[in-house]
Structure formats: structure tokens, C-alpha cells
Design a protein around this ligand. Sequence first.
Ligand code: AMP
Ligand code: TRP
Length: 332
Amino acid sequence: MNRIFSGVQPTGNLHLGNYLGAIRNWVALQQEYHCIFCIVDLHALTLPQDPEQLRAQTREVTAAYIAAGIDPERCVIFNQSTVPAHAELAWLLGCLTPLGWLNRMTQFKEKAGKHREEAGLGLYGYPVLMAADILLYKATHVPVGEDQKQHLELARDLAGAFNRRYGTEFFPLPEPQILGTAARVMSLRDGTKKMSKSDTSDYSRINMTDDADTIALKIRKAKTDPQPLPATIAEAEARPEADNLLGIYAALAGLDREQTVALFAGRNFSEFKQQLADLAAEVLGRIGGEMRRLTADPGYIDAVLRRGAERANALAAPHLRQVFDIMGLLRP
Ligand code: AMP
Ligand code: TRP
């Protein structure tokens, strides 16, 4: 059976981009695939984190998965640091990673910014740990938002490099699955920047736990242009803010872009925004409420993660042992 692996960092402010670009797509996949969904806490440590908050956010992402409809019986849900093999395989793969590959990573350049010399080794090696996450389970498919495409190419390259170096076909080359009409949700304040957990303005994003009033306010304040809504896809594409809001509507309503453009062509933004706010509040209201209910019972969340860790370790351990053998590491 094909196997899916994906993950979200427990870095706070889970937003509509995380939901529409990633988590929501996973719900349907659990019927057809063997799914492993991780809370990648080791990745979160590549930037400074408050320990208490990191723990709370790890539980919050777990709650978001379950609230969105991921079944913890059917799927393996766990936090990365409970399976030591992730860090071990990352080291082994790191020894096969040319620096030239890492130097091309645009996310590192963005996150390190002007302070490249102060950026940590963890941030630089981030894509190698991500490759280890995927390859450790011999995952065949990886559903993510569009921004992770380059990292996934690196994971494929590393799988290929390992296989060639050791003359084996041990690792399958994982396929990216970039799904849906909202694989790249943009900031509400700037249609050319992606919606992000780390944006300093909370008005740039809709959080999964925002209430209906907050959602309506943020959408009302969202940047737009003075013209009425576009009549064609081509026109929409030339107007980033309009395009983004239409894309969000399409994804939430389960329509395609053509249908959505046709629905609102020539209407004014205030009317469209009202409908978008109602729709977003309806979808997120349900999930946010369920997240609050679940996080009120950390005992339940921790039990899900403990059980997930056992299952993930059982899947990972034999693969890591085989990698040790292939690479010539003695296990006396
Ligand atoms: P992160 O917030 O970086 O841990 O991302 C978790 C998942 O959400 C990944 O699959 C990302 O590709 C996806 N994602 C993050 N931001 C966006 C966005 N603005 N639009 C669509 N998907 C996103
Ligand atoms: N880098 C991903 C993100 O920030 C999260 C992630 C870590 C991931 N390991 C992964 C996603 C493995 C898919 C598969 O969005």
C-alpha cells in the first residue's frame, strides 16, 4: 500500500493556509493510503522557541489534525522528537548532502535573511531532516502546500543519491502531492506574500481558532483594489489580492476557480467579502470549536501522541537498522 507522510511545525498561529494547503487535503487521503502525520517539533527548534509554548503548540497542532477530521486510529499521529530515528537518519543523509544543494534552498535564504552568519546549523540542515522524516517510513507520497516543493525535490534527490551510492533501491522516490485550489494562500495584507505564522500582523492571516467576529473583521480589512470583482481568470490573475480571496472562497466552498469567478464577476468587494466571511466562519467555527474542546483535555491528546509514537517507532526502527547495515555501520 502506498504510504503518506506529512507534517506541520508546532510554531503557533495555525492559519487558513495550513488548513487549505495541507491539513484539509489529508482528511480525504486517509481512506486510500496508509497515513503518518507528524508534528515536527525538531523542525520548530530551528528558530528560537519558548519551551512551555512549544509544548502547548504541539498539543494544539495535534488537536487541529483531529478536529479537521484525521482519525487517530486509522492514521499514525505523533510528534517527531518521540522517534529518535528521525535525527539519526538526518545525520546519515547529511553525510550524503552536498552543500551546493542546501545553498539553493530559498526558504533558508528567506528565514536567515541578512543575518546569514548568525543562522544556525539546524536551519541550514532543515531540508535534510525533512528528507529523513519522509524516507524513514519509505513514504511514497507527501501532501504539502506549494512552498514545500523545493524541499521535496531535495528529498527525492537524496533518496536517489543514497540508492546510487549503495547500489540499492532501498528508498522509493517520494512524490509531492500539491493539492486543491489553495495550495498557496497569500497574506490578507499583501497578495504577493504568502500567509505565514510568523507575520507580525495578525491581520495578515486567518487563524484556525479565530472566532466569527474576528474572521469577519480581518476579511473586511483585507487589502483589495478599487475595481469590482474580475470577470475572467486571466483578469483575476493580474490582481493578486482579488485572486487570493477568490481562491480562498473556491477552496472553502468546494468550487473550482472558474465557477467562483463566474459567481462574483462584476460584483463589489463589500458584498463578496461578507459572503466569504460567512463561509470562512462556518467552516473554521466548527473546527476551532472542536480544537478548543480537545485542547481542554491534554490527557487525551497526550494519549494519542503516546500511542502514535509507539506505532511510528515500530515502523521506523527496522528501516533504520537496514540503513545501518547498507552503510556498513556495525551493530555488534
Ligand atoms: P508550516 O506552517 O511551515 O509548518 O507548514 C505546514 C504545512 O502548511 C505545509 O504543508 C505547508 O506547505 C502548508 N502551508 C503553510 N503556509 C501555507 C500557505 N500560505 N498556503 C498554503 N499552504 C501553506
Ligand atoms: N517543512 C514542512 C513545513 O514547514 C514541515 C515538514 C517537516 C514536513 N517534515 C516534513 C512536511 C515531512 C512534509 C513531510 O511546512
